[in-house]
Design a protein around this ligand. Structure first.
Ligand code: ATP
Ligand code: MG
Length: 191
């Protein structure tokens, strides 16, 4: 990915989360943001992913300006994948349905197509045995892996991860990190 950020600012009330941030990345597969708690990493990630509108500044990703009117933002978000600290799976839907529902509703696949793409995504990450389980019937690591399968099922241009292992114990962290590494090696751009 290629990234140009210039003079980015974002305030929440009196809190200045981003204060004139500029950043130039000519070519990267994986970009990691490191900094102190409250330093603005999640805010920057959300701005880059089109989930948050900055107060001022410019963002260009892969040579295209990030536009902030609602229709552009909506189609930009659809092209990307997201995974956060909390698992954010729908608690009343099976692992398979958690993946197939957005493929139908957001990405306009037919139910049959959505189901087969979702099955492929679960299979790719060794989760097919869990397809019919609800999130509460899965370990934290398994839930987060389902979350990753959902985030990449539509082949996102960029996958945005915000501390995806911080709620997991060390053993489960390892299984999620292995999966993220495999994605990076397969060519997925990740921030
Ligand atoms: N929705 C919000 N409303 C009000 N203030 C916010 C909001 N989101 C973030 N902030 C504030 O903006 C600043 C930057 O927060 P941000 O979440 O980007 O930090 P971070 O670097 O991701 O921190 P951490 O490592 O703890 O996740 C903090 O002072 C935070 O309190
Ligand atoms: Mg954060």
């Amino acid at each position: 990915m290629k990234l140009e950020v210039a003079g980015l600012t974002k305030c929440y009330g009196k809190t200045q989360a981003l204060d004139g941030l500029s950043l130039s990345v000519k070519s990267a597969r994986v970009l990691v943001l490191i900094g102190p708690s409250g330093g603005g990493k999640s805010t920057l990630l959300r701005v880059l992913g089109g989930l948050e509108i900055p107060d001022s500044g410019k963002v260009e990703i892969n040579g295209r300006p990030l536009l902030t009117h609602p229709e552009s933002l909506q189609s930009y978000r659809q092209k990307n994948g997201f995974l956060f600290q909390q698992f954010n799976l729908f608690p009343h839907l099976t692992a398979l349905r958690n993946i197939s529902l957005p493929l139908e509703k957001v990405h306009s696949h037919s139910p049959a197509e959505a189901q087969s793409i979702a099955e492929l995504a679960l299979k790719r990450f060794g989760l097919l045995d869990h397809a019919g389980k609800l999130p509460a019937q899965l370990s934290g690591g398994q839930q987060q892996r389902v979350g990753i399968a959902r985030a990449v099922a539509h082949q996102p241009e960029i996958l945005f991860l915000d501390e995806p292992t911080s709620a997991l114990d060390p053993e489960m962290t390892a299984e999620v990190l292995d999966l993220i590494q495999e994605l990076a090696e397969s060519g997925q751009d990740i921030i």
